[in-house]
Design a protein around this ligand. Structure first.
Ligand SMILES: [Zn+2]
Length: 80
């Protein structure tokens, strides 16, 4: 199950949460849904799901976070 790191745009709180499907979590501090997905670890998904082969980061609606993790470069989260 994917754990995503979010940054709240309302109160700038950072938190990690499990994400079920395309559900949008709420900020635990202020209940805002104005969040930016950070994705705590770029290689997390590919390592945990070896059967899928290639890393597949499904960019759900409004993925303003680290959407380029599936490629070789990942400037958004500063890894690689
Ligand atoms: Zn907040």
């Amino acid at each position: 199950m994917p754990i995503y790191e979010y940054k709240c745009n309302a109160c700038n709180a950072n938190f990690e949460t499990l994400v079920m499907g395309s559900s949008i979590p709420e900020c635990p501090s202020c209940d805002s849904k104005d969040l930016s997905r950070l994705m705590s670890a770029c290689g997390f998904i590919s390592k945990s799901s070896g059967s899928s082969g290639e890393t597949q980061v499904k960019s759900s609606a409004g993925s303003s976070g680290c959407g380029s993790c599936s490629s070789s470069s990942c400037s958004s989260c500063g890894v690689g």
